[in-house]
Write a protein that binds this ligand. Structure first.
Ligand code: CA2
Length: 149
């Protein structure tokens, strides 16, 4: 059984309330419930956490080291600014899949830069809430591949 942390950063608690054209109509609770349900079908235990605070996200990444096999991370706007989050992911040496609801590369230039992508095994963006399920799939495939080695 794989344990996976689905971690969401700032303002993602507001999903479903504003900007549905950019971020969709699903709330974070709906997305998290879908992730937990999907994980169940794949034999994975999904834990979900959201914070608007950089330090709390870093603490969650550190805590994941004991008990989690990987992280699906939407760091929100910290994606584009946080060397501290990047360092936290690198320090725990857990595979991390970066997820964004929107296609950050088709948006403003400041969103094209991702510090997370420098330490993630890959990035999924532009597929809305389905991206989280794709992220879980990608992480499970990666973990399977590592087990086979
Ligand atoms: O596309 C994504 O998933 C983002 O990570 C979302 C971040 C944004 O800063 C990144 O560039 C891309 C913003 C999340 C804000 O979420 C809101 C949800 C509802 C209403 C307003 C903001």
């Amino acid at each position: 059984m794989s344990n996976i942390l689905v971690l969401n950063g700032p303002n993602l608690n507001l999903l479903g309330t504003r900007q549905p054209d950019v971020y969709g109509r699903e709330t974070l609770s709906m997305i998290e419930a879908d992730c937990i349900k999907y994980g169940g079908t794949r034999g994975a235990l999904i834990s979900c956490l959201q914070s608007n605070h950089e330090g709390a996200l870093i603490d969650a990444i550190h805590a994941a080291k004991s008990g989690q096999q990987g992280i699906v991370l939407n760091a929100g706007a910290y994606t584009h600014t946080s060397i501290a989050l990047m360092d936290a992911i690198a320090s725990v040496e857990l595979p991390c899949v970066e997820v964004h609801l929107s296609n950050i590369h088709a948006r403003e230039e400041f969103r094209h830069v991702s510090y997370i992508s420098k330490v993630a095994i890959g990035q999924i963006c532009g597929f809305g809430s389905r991206g989280y399920i794709m992220g879980i799939d990608a992480l499970l495939a990666h973990l399977d591949m590592c087990d086979d080695k």
